[in-house]
Design a protein around this ligand. Structure first.
Ligand SMILES: CC(C)(COP(=O)(O)OP(=O)(O)OC[C@H]1O[C@@H](n2cnc3c(N)ncnc32)[C@H](O)[C@@H]1OP(=O)(O)O)[C@@H](O)C(=O)NCCC(=O)NCCSC(=O)C[C@H](O)C(=O)O
Ligand SMILES: [Mg+2]
Length: 277
């Protein structure tokens, strides 16, 4: 959300979201940036957002606001600092050095936005560049712009880029969040894109409006059917008593399927635990 929007900063305290990105970049007009920087730092340090992961998106390397943003974000000590248009492993090293120079606490991670052709082509090196880097965030608007592509249902023009970033994130063992859906009134299009993102393997989706929260939560949470299926599959494997392969509902089940089922259950249990707080 734009850190210049006081109503949005307030609203986020009430929304069932996992994380907040206090934006200083594209959603904030140039003359509003200094006040937005102060508001983001104050919000991140306020202790008023409960269990939500708090992050600040600074302006990119090379912009006139970047140094002041990075210093303020490091000092506020959010869960992560999100940096747009990260283009290389060397930039990750520069960002980590900057966070440390400005006294960022150890818990403050770096999230890199992957949104340029060079970042896609160097995604694995970027993902592996630092222990502080814990998440990729896809910037699908910038990617479409840089590729001279178009936003179309199904996202065929950017699927190779999304898959490349996913491969890099998984190879490096970091999280990866899908990009935003711009049309806040197009519920069907948004839900289809959430479904696609989950099927591809994204850990979640970045959102731009409160109206998108419920749909994303539903799409990325394991369905009742998926939970039941995971439990049944694990049970069938255990009943096989050491046999390497069994069948469940006519499907072959090996240990790797059990691992996937356990992952589904652990996500479900984490969501249940949050809901009961
Ligand atoms: C898209 C919007 C400009 C729409 O704004 P608006 O028409 O004012 O929305 P509503 O009137 O429907 O708002 C209803 C209430 O919800 C609050 N609200 C709106 N947006 C947010 C939000 N993002 N977070 C929290 N709360 C929000 C309003 O204040 C209203 O509250 P109330 O009156 O109390 O009921 C607007 O939604 C918006 O600015 N969205 C965020 C835009 C943004 O952050 N952009 C940057 C990130 S996306 C990006 O950068 C892309 C990436 O880099 C890439 O390359 O792809
Ligand atoms: Mg962008």
């Amino acid at each position: 959300m734009p850190s210049s929007n006081a109503k949005a900063l307030e609203k986020a305290k009430t929304l069932p979201i996992d994380a907040v990105i206090f934006d200083l970049e594209d959603a904030v007009a140039p003359d509003a940036k200094p006040a937005a920087r102060e508001a983001a730092a104050a919000a991140a340090a306020s202790g008023e957002y409960g269990r939500r992961t708090l992050t600040i998106r600074v302006n990119g390397i090379g912009t006139e606001w970047h140094d002041a943003d990075l210093a303020a974000a490091a000092q506020a000590g959010p869960d992560a600092v999100v940096v747009p248009k990260v283009n290389s492993a060397a930039e990750v090293a520069q960002l980590v050095a900057g966070l440390e120079k400005h006294g960022a606490p150890d818990h403050t991670r770096l999230w890199a936005m992957i949104e340029t052709p060079v970042a896609i082509l160097d995604a694995l090196a970027i993902a592996r560049a630092s222990e502080r880097l814990s998440c990729f965030v896809m910037g699908t608007n910038d990617l479409v712009k840089e590729l001279y592509a178009e936003h179309v249902p199904g996202r065929a023009p950017i699927l190779p880029s999304l898959h490349t970033a996913l491969l890099a994130a998984r190879a490096a063992g970091i999280a990866i969040l899908d990009g935003v859906y711009n049309d806040v009134k197009d519920t069907d299009g948004f839900l289809a894109e959430c479904e696609q993102g989950r099927q591809m393997g994204f850990d979640g989706k970045t959102l731009i409006h409160p109206g998108q929260v419920e749909g994303a939560n539903t799409a990325f949470a394991p369905s009742e059917r998926a939970v039941e299926d995971a439990r049944g599959l694990i049970q069938a494997f255990e009943d096989g008593q050491g046999s390497g392969v069994v069948t469940y509902n006519g499907r072959m089940v090996e240990n790797l399927h059990v691992e996937s089922a356990r992952r589904t259950l652990s996500i479900h249990e984490a969501i249940q635990a949050l809901a009961s707080q």
